[in-house]
Design a protein around this ligand. Structure first.
Ligand code: CTP
Length: 402
């Protein structure tokens, strides 16, 4: 879905202010966002703030003649690809559970045929109340997706469950619900991050890979229904939901973890920046300064993806190439040398591309010699484009084999 339509219902809890950040992130993630606020929500945050961030008029009133002619509750309900209610108070949860439609927000939720994501946020004791829990169960039974509230310090002064999950986590959940589950037959291995090659117990050689591209691939695959194992070198990223994460440090450890999964995998996406060399031996104790120059010897690491390319049977093996010069020439040579099905090439010197940024500009290069350059886009969007390519390639191969 290029630009999904999200209708965001905001109800009157203190976490309303976080819904502003949610709108900003959704817009940044290329969603068209229409906000519907309850009267209580408008006491916490002004509609103007939501209007400015979403770039669209905010609807607040079912009985406003202007709003109804300009926006219209059925129009809102019909245009939604996904309806999100965040924050959802105990009150709106109860009204939704009872099928009540006594304001614009509840009317739109009842009228929409789109999936509905409810994100509760309230005081811990309210959330634990059996009536609230029964209402949430009712919503789940009616097919609504209810996100777990987060735990921590609550605005009311209590510690416990009831916080609105981080806006980024809500975006993730929204994206997951919007995606077709078209990878349910796949067992996918993704590698991510750098490898770290120790020199002594406190020092290592590594590279600038943040792991963001690999994590985006793992998240996108899981969202689309694949069974995903993420073999990750050391990164600062948190493990994605619904993915089995195997932490590794060195190239050798990464090789072992990937080979253990390879036979049962349908595809491997080798996004990790594996060190090509490691120090010949790592000192057992910290190397001491002696004021003199030192000479280190490096030995080659195994080329993991080349090994997969040589072994593969039905598996599809995708490699990545970060280049600083002669992008297409180097990438083509790599694709054939390593016997890959696809190479995702990027020129890391280009703006909006490369290490530790959230965007990437890549070219997809396949065995037929077709090069598909993609514009600068979020790593999440790149990940989905790579999975789209993968599905198309699989279908083509199936047709050729048939
Ligand atoms: N790769 C690997 N094992 C290595 C080095 C790289 O599996 N020891 C994989 C990477 O994960 C990536 C692909 O090979 O998918 C290309 O990595 P890159 O470093 O660009 O390729 P190299 O073969 O190391 O080429 P060079 O460093 O000479 O550009």
């Amino acid at each position: 879905m290029e630009k999904p339509n999200i209708v965001l219902g905001v109800t009157g809890g203190i976490a309303c202010y976080k819904a502003l950040e949610l709108v900003r992130l959704l817009v940044q993630d290329s969603c068209d966002v229409r906000v519907v606020m309850t009267r209580a929500a408008a006491e916490f945050v002004t509609p103007l703030s939501f209007q400015t961030l979403s770039g669209s008029p905010v609807a607040t009133d079912l009985f406003s003649l202007t709003q109804e002619s300009e926006i219209g509750h059925i129009n809102l309900a019909d245009r939604a690809d996904l309806m999100v209610v965040a924050p959802a108070t105990a009150n709106v949860i109860a009204r939704l559970a009872a099928g009540i439609a006594d304001d614009l927000l509840t009317t739109v939720v009842l009228a929409t045929r789109a999936p509905v994501l409810v994100v509760p946020s309230m005081n811990v004791h309210m959330l634990e109340h059996p009536l609230v829990q029964a209402n949430l169960a009712k919503l789940r039974n009616a097919g609504y997706h209810v996100m777990e509230a987060a735990s921590g310090y609550l605005a009311c002064g209590y510690e416990g469950k009831g916080r609105l999950p981080e806006p980024q986590a809500i975006v993730e959940e929204a994206r997951r619900l919007l995606r077709p589950r078209d990878l349910t037959d796949e067992r996918i291995v993704v590698t991510a991050g750098p490898s770290r090659e120790p020199l002594d117990p406190v020092r290592f050689f590594s590279n600038r890979s943040s792991g963001k591209m690999g994590y985006a691939l793992a998240r996108a695959a899981a969202r689309r229904g694949a069974q995903v194992t993420l073999v990750s070198g050391p990164t600062a990223l948190s493990a994605p939901e619904g993915v089995r994460t195997v932490p590794v440090v060195t190239a050798e450890e990464m090789r072992e973890a990937v080979l253990a999964e390879f036979d049962s995998a349908t595809a491997v996406f080798m996004a990790a920046a594996v060190a090509d060399y490691r120090p010949r031996s790592a000192a057992g104790t910290k190397m001491k300064r002696n004021g003199k120059a030192i000479r280190l010897e490096f030995v080659p690491n195994p080329d993991i993806v080349a090994e997969l390319g040589a072994r593969k049977r039905q598996q599809i093996v995708v490699g990545f190439a970060a280049e600083t010069e002669s992008l297409m020439e180097n990438a083509r040579a790599k694709l054939h040398r390593k016997n890959l099905d696809l190479l995702v090439a990027n020129d890391v010197t280009q703006e909006g591309s490369g290490f530790d940024v959230d965007t990437n500009a890549v070219t997809l290069l396949d065995r037929d010699g077709t090069a598909t350059p993609l514009p600068v886009m979020s790593k999440d969007a790149v990940a989905d484009r790579i999975h789209d390519w993968f599905l198309q390639y699989k279908n083509q191969s199936r047709r050729r084999g048939a």
